[in-house]
Design a protein around this ligand. Structure first.
Ligand code: PMP
Length: 297
């Protein structure tokens, strides 16, 4: 079903709008100049996992692109929960997005109004049920993550997904599930919508997020690993280290923890560490915030 032709409600600029009416004008600045930032969140059993972290990242992403959201973090959190309630969903994916409107056309956008919408829908396994268990196959992306001086790489900005879509399409055309992106120097960065971890000599290695998104799931998984006394190393990871890894997995809000079984012809067997972190992550996201607080205390 196309995303513009569904039943339900979308929160838009402070009001709950019937799904099919949540439209914007073709001369919106964001459509022409990519002045948009967004989030991807998951709700489990009625609780949006790490809601405040996502809301704060949305506000920070907008600030990096030079605009302030006309809503406070409290208001955005409440709007996310209201959107779920309006759609009668307790287990869903949420997509808040903020963008510059049509009030001005041209590169300059200082006088545009900042708009915001929140949609939610049911979304099962990001890569499909079979891949979630058996693992995904990645190709090497034809595009490199840009140097942080050449793009606002710390923002979850719509424009940064241009090379993601191109890389993912190239992967799919070659029969893969997704692409692994290197950065401009040729070091391992991330997949097109998830961060990457490698198990090397029984330790967990993940690239330092200096030119790609510092995922909320990534930080959660590092915490879970440390709770289990696993050693976690954040460092620059050269492409050649892919040959040293015994397990590889991806993680992200949509992807959760997903094993990788191949990267461009090199195969991996999802092992003990990947399985343990998949189980721990699943248990954590399904806990209520009260249970999480009790566990931390
Ligand atoms: N990298 C990219 C490019 C992404 O789109 C995502 C998903 N938002 C991630 C990493 C993982 O981020 P998070 O764990 O915060 O969802």
């Amino acid at each position: 079903v196309p995303f513009d032709d569904r039943d339900g409600w979308i929160w838009m600029d402070g009001a709950m709008v019937p799904w099919r009416d949540a439209k914007l004008h073709v001369l919106s600045h964001a459509l022409h100049y990519a002045s948009a930032v967004f989030e991807g969140e998951r709700c489990y059993g009625g609780h949006i996992f790490k809601l405040r972290e996502h809301t704060e990242r949305l506000i920070a992403s907008a600030k990096i692109l030079g605009f302030d959201l006309p809503w406070s973090a409290e208001e955005i959190d409440a709007a996310c929960n209201a959107t779920l309630a309006a759609n009668n969903l307790t287990d869903a994916y949420l997509r808040p997005i903020a963008w510059r409107g049509p009030e001005e056309m041209g590169v300059a956008a200082k006088h545009t109004k900042v708009h915001m919408a929140i949609a939610c829908w049911e979304w099962g396994a990001y890569f499909g049920v079979e891949q979630r268990m058996a693992g995904v196959r990645l190709s090497m992306a034809p595009w490199k993550r840009p140097h942080p001086d050449t793009a606002p790489t710390a923002s979850k900005a719509a424009g940064l997904y241009m090379i993601g879509t191109l890389s993912k399409h190239a992967a799919m055309d070659a029969g893969y599930d997704d692409a692994l992106m290197l950065d401009w120097k040729g070091d391992v960065a991330e997949a097109t919508g998830a961060n990457v971890f490698l198990v090397i000599d029984g330790e967990i290695h993940t690239p330092k997020p200096d030119n790609f998104l510092d995922g909320i799931t990534r930080r959660t998984v590092m915490g879970l690993a440390r709770t289990r006394q696993m050693k976690v190393v954040e460092r620059i990871i050269p492409e050649s280290d892919l040959a040293r890894a015994t397990e590889v997995f991806l993680c992200g809000t949509a992807a959760e923890v997903t094993p990788v079984r191949e990267i461009a012809g090199r195969t991996y067997t999802p092992g003990e560490i990947t399985r343990t972190l998949m189980t721990d992550y699943s248990a954590l996201v399904h806990m209520s915030p009260d249970d999480v607080a009790k566990r931390a205390a």
